[in-house]
Design a protein around this ligand. Structure first.
Ligand code: ATP
Ligand code: MG
Length: 563
């Protein structure tokens, strides 16, 4: 263990080093302005959290700001539902863009003018060829492309056609606008990339104003430039786009200022996948119950599952930012939430599979209140009184009629402590006449053994959680397991990711018995059910019917299984 004094110096990521150096050199007037640029075509997932923590985190740390910019250049896939959810999720993670909420569509006018300017300078042309021919002519990384027959179109004709494309005179796919760069460039993205295409679907913000829409590459860097972004942080797949990003900025810039693109590795997690397109398929095909299904890697899914923003930020901090693609072990994320909930979640007692215990020598009608600590990790969370009575529920698997050696729970003739209450001894059972299932267990208690009492230090091997039958509240409990049973479900060439869906990823228990202090629990409240795990109140919960989601068990059972 490191002692305080020996704590290693916090190491900073290569990105932070770039930023720190730029600031030290007085670049951009010593200012930092970043942006988070989601496309509103799905809900945010934990991969996005990694980008958000960097974009907002760097700005915060170095006294700058971070813009939220919706990259809404494709009306066919985008929707305000996604815009709203993205805003909610970023706020929940703990970051604020204040009033700096921008849209690439805010710049459609400027981008159109820039495209016209490129045409006038002989740097863009309208191509009438179909997509497959254009792509064929692009060549391959080892074979140079060939020029389009339309490359020599006159400026006047290009201007006329581009204007008419935007008036809706031509069919989708019949013409595109391309930048004229270099068909022999070793970088495929520089081979006269398409910068505008015809789309006639109305846009969720600009309606029918536009019939041509900029490609991502033509919108992104320029939007950075228009906003005065200093550091444009994005994932590694954009590294090969950077020369094009810089080329557009070169055509646009009027002074020394230019945004700087820096790439880092994406977050990939075992037993899940991050593609918004595939996550949308899971939702549309009913494989999960919506974007916020607690099995989804979306931020709203994780929230509903019981994850805290702190745990997600902590996890992102632990994995860091590098230039190397990797897949992170989901157990590290689970570690982060366990650590956080350990200090945050009040301990309570809940019985998932109830078995009734009747304490035959306990006076009928008597109720005692035992005092229990809410959280041994945090004294300030105080104590509570829990009712105890003649009939209590324990967990079915805490009783065995013919227990093996070293079974330290309840069985005929055996003694256990009911947590915070008494030691009880099993004297018999009653079985169902036809099925033989155990329906009730009879016990006696020793009044001297109440916790804190005379014989409270009497030794027994097991301590069980319990709930007073007459005081308990009923609950539904949803037990979640990994959505996929393959480490990399979307990365298998010959198999569809759906083949790896875990058929046991959701188990619903009803008739669970919970201690009465939870009767008024509100959605998203988090508890540790003692000995069982962490649980979070679901949105479906009502006063007459509590519903809990299991966030995760107390220990990592998968690590054991895989050993
Ligand atoms: P998808 O390809 O699944 O649609 P995307 O990356 O295109 O996802 P965007 O909405 O464009 O989704 O992403 C917004 C920002 O979040 C981008 O800067 C992107 O680089 C970043 N991002 C997306 N996925 C990840 C990830 N898994 N890890 C880190 N950053 C990510
Ligand atoms: Mg994208």
């Amino acid at each position: 263990m490191l002692r305080d004094k020996e704590e290693p110096k916090p190491s900073i990521s290569f990105i932070e080093q770039f930023i720190a150096d730029d600031l030290k050199d007085g670049k951009n007037g010593g200012k930092i302005l970043t942006r988070f640029p989601p496309e509103p075509n799905g809900y945010l997932h934990i991969g996005h959290a990694k980008a958000i923590c960097l974009d907002f985190g760097m700005a915060l740390k170095y006294g700058g700001k971070c813009n939220l910019r919706f990259d809404d250049t494709n009306p066919e896939k985008e929707d305000v539902e996604y815009v709203d959810s993205i805003k909610e999720d970023i706020g929940w993670l703990g970051f604020s863009w204040d009033d700096r909420e921008y849209y690439a569509s805010d710049y459609f006018g400027k981008l159109f003018d820039f495209a016209v300017d490129l045409i006038k300078r002989g740097l863009a042309y309208v191509d009438d060829q179909p997509a497959d021919i254009i792509s064929e002519q692009k060549g391959t990384p080892t074979r140079p492309g060939v020029e389009s027959p339309y490359i020599k179109r006159s400026v006047a004709e290009n201007l006329d056609l581009f204007e008419r494309m935007n008036k809706g005179e031509f069919e989708e796919g019949s013409r595109v606008l391309r930048a004229r760069i270099d068909m022999t460039s070793p970088n495929m993205h520089m081979r006269d990339p398409i910068i505008y295409r015809i789309i006639k679907t109305p846009h969720h913000r600009t309606g029918n104003t536009w019939m041509v829409y900029p490609m991502y590459d033509f919108a992104h860097g320029q939007s950075d430039y228009f906003e005065g972004i200093t550091h444009s942080l994005c994932t590694l797949e954009f590294e090969v786009h950077r020369p094009l990003y810089d080329w557009f900025i070169d055509q646009l810039k009027t002074d020394d200022y230019r945004p700087r693109q820096i790439e880092f590795n994406r977050l990939n997690l075992t037993y899940t996948m991050m593609s918004k397109r595939k996550l949308l398929e899971l939702v549309n095909e009913g494989k999960v119950n919506g974007w916020d299904d607690p099995r989804m890697p979306t931020l709203c899914g994780l929230r509903r599952r019981g994850y805290t923003p702190e745990s997600i930020r902590r996890f992102v901090d632990l994995i860091g930012y590098t230039k190397v693609e990797a897949i992170n072990d989901v157990s590290l994320l689970e570690h982060a939430i366990r650590e956080d909930l350990n200090v945050r979640a009040p301990r309570v007692m809940g019985v998932l599979n109830p078995l009734k215990i009747i304490i035959t020598n306990y006076p009928e009608g008597q109720v005692e209140y035992v005092e229990l600590i809410n959280n041994p990790e945090d004294e300030n969370m105080g104590k509570r009184l829990v009712p105890f009575s003649r009939e209590v529920y324990i967990e079915q698997d805490d009783f065995m009629e013919n227990p093996p050696n070293k079974y330290f729970r309840l069985g005929p003739g055996m003694e256990v402590r009911l947590k915070g209450a008494y030691i009880i001894k099993c004297t018999g059972v009653r079985k169902n006449d036809s099925t033989g299932a155990i329906e009730e267990v009879y016990c006696t208690y020793d009044a001297e053994t109440r916790s804190g009492g005379n014989l409270s230090d009497k030794k027994v091997k097991g301590t069980l959680h319990w709930v007073s039958a007459q005081h308990s509240v009923d609950a539904e409990v949803r037990l979640y397991d990994r959505l996929f049973n393959h480490e990399d479900p979307a990365g298998q060439k010959d198999d569809d990711y759906r083949d790896f869906l875990n058929p046991d990823s959701l188990k619903i228990l009803t008739g669970c018995k919970i201690e009465p202090s939870l009767a008024a629990a509100r959605p998203l409240e988090k508890y540790q059910f003692q000995r069982l795990g962490y649980f979070c109140v679901d949105y479906d919960s009502t006063e007459s019917r509590l519903v809990f989601n299991r966030t995760l068990s107390l220990k990592d059972t998968w690590a054991k299984i895989n050993k």
